[in-house]
Design a protein around this ligand. Structure first.
Ligand SMILES: [Zn+2]
Ligand SMILES: [Zn+2]
Length: 435
């Protein structure tokens, strides 16, 4: 098999990888790169015409946001993913197309795209022409999968985004019986210093910070991906409020998060057993917690104007658009307010600039001075460097590793760690490699 990288090579974003045999060409993921300007995979029209099928690892925009573009470029074949991933893609793409109406897609494009989706169940072998494909739970967000592609001789395992630790909602990736000759792995946190601190300590620090703010009239913005981080952080806040460890202040939920919450709720069978039984056995349903206040657009200014402390959990997670921009522009000037970052902030995003200490940003072409405090708490949906190493050590028969979805310096550090045991490549954009 051959592997070609149209994106996610020495960068985070626009994951899009082609696997080819003599007879078949498939794409693993089809994402876009978010930032101050959007970037698309470097696949040309001729190559798009040759794609026989697309397999999507999970419903984040950097892994599936290019689907409408492919369809508009006359991609006609099927798109395979797990059931929750397909449902999430629908909701997120409709939001994406609404926000980006200037892209002028046909208004029926989502319906047409929908007709192309096919469900693949987790852990069932699926034959596609000369390939056998398997989706394995990846622990990253609802529906996320590691994708295994075999031609009968070699097997390529693609991580998409992977998390090995269980979270409040999901089990960690199912890495018990992994077998592959070639691994394509994300390296978001593959750097030497990417060892996450103890989860309990992070939770306690964050709790203290929020409780301190709750004593005053200050407001806390928590930007979050609509899928995954938002649900985890909301469950975290809800748990602590219910246990009395956290001051009870309003939690406003704005953006796509509540819609996505409903998809999590009816796909709870894909969440942790503990969560399922909690909902079944008790009257308490955390998905419908009274602590969450869903924000209508018109009430945003009232939230800003109120004298009460509050938390605002809203999209987008890396401050590349969405309601968070409104809240930041209104709340940034007061030093008692806080911006709490809980997810990965990619290079080139406003989230990363703020994390790195920017004192001024531009929102809607206007300068905004940053006086509020910016804090980072790593409650990650990605494996850290040690977990990635552990996962790699469990894969039977592994020879070749391609590092993707990461920053180049981190990839180089990770390559140095692995190179004695494996043949490790940091692929170039638009280059083809032997698997
Ligand atoms: Zn992701
Ligand atoms: Zn990703």
């Amino acid at each position: 098999m051959k592997i070609k990288f149209f994106g996610a090579a020495q960068e985070v974003g626009r994951s899009c990888i082609m696997i080819s045999t003599d007879r078949t060409k498939i794409l693993l993921d089809s994402g876009i790169k978010l930032g101050k300007r959007e970037e698309y995979p470097l696949i040309d029209d001729e190559e798009i015409r040759q794609v026989d099928a697309i397999f999507i690892s999970h419903a984040h925009i950097d892994h599936m946001g290019f689907l409408p573009f492919l369809y508009a470029k006359h991609y006609q074949n099927n798109i395979f993913a797990t059931k929750p991933t397909i449902e999430l893609i629908n909701v997120l793409l409709s939001d994406y197309l609404k926000i980006n109406s200037d892209l002028n897609f046909d208004k029926n494009i989502l319906n047409s795209l929908n007709a192309k989706f096919r469900i693949i169940d987790y852990k069932k072998e699926f034959k596609f022409r000369d390939l056998t494909i398997k989706m394995i739970p990846a622990g990253h967000i609802l529906g996320s999968a590691l994708i295994s592609v075999s031609d009968g001789k070699d097997t390529i395992l693609y991580t998409g985004d992977v998390n090995l630790l269980k979270t409040r909602l999901l089990n960690g990736a199912d890495i018990k019986n992994l077998q592959a000759t070639t691994l394509i792995t994300e390296t978001t946190y593959g750097g030497d210093n990417d060892i996450f601190p103890d989860e309990k300590k992070v939770a306690k620090d964050m709790l203290n910070s929020i409780n301190e703010s709750a004593k005053t009239d200050s407001k806390i913005i928590i930007p979050s991906f609509a899928v995954g981080r938002a649900q985890e952080i909301l469950f975290f806040l809800d748990d602590y409020i219910n246990s009395g460890a956290m001051q009870k202040i309003p939690i406003y939920v704005d953006g796509m998060i509540s819609k996505v919450m409903r998809i999590y709720r009816h796909n709870v069978i894909f969440c942790r057993k503990e969560l399922q039984s909690r909902i079944l056995m008790s009257d308490y349903d955390p998905f419908k917690s009274k602590n969450f206040k869903i924000v209508e657009r018109k009430t945003r200014t009232e939230i800003i104007a109120s004298q009460e402390p509050c938390m605002i959990v809203t999209t987008s997670g890396m401050l590349s658009g969405g309601p968070v921009m409104f809240y930041l522009s209104r709340l940034a000037g007061k030093k008692e307010n806080k911006l709490i970052l809980v997810g990965y902030q990619a290079q080139g995003t406003m989230g990363r600039d703020l994390q790195d200490g920017a004192s001024r940003v531009t929102i809607n072409n206007a300068p905004v001075d940053i006086r509020l405090s910016v804090e980072t708490y790593r409650i990650s949906a990605h494996a850290d460097r040690r977990q990635l190493e552990m996962m790699i050590s469990k894969i039977r028969g592994l020879k070749n590793i391609f590092l993707v979805h990461g920053e180049i310096t981190k990839m180089q550090q990770f390559q140095a760690k692995l190179k004695d045991k494996y043949n490790v490549t940091i692929p170039q954009l638009n280059q083809e490699y032997e698997a």
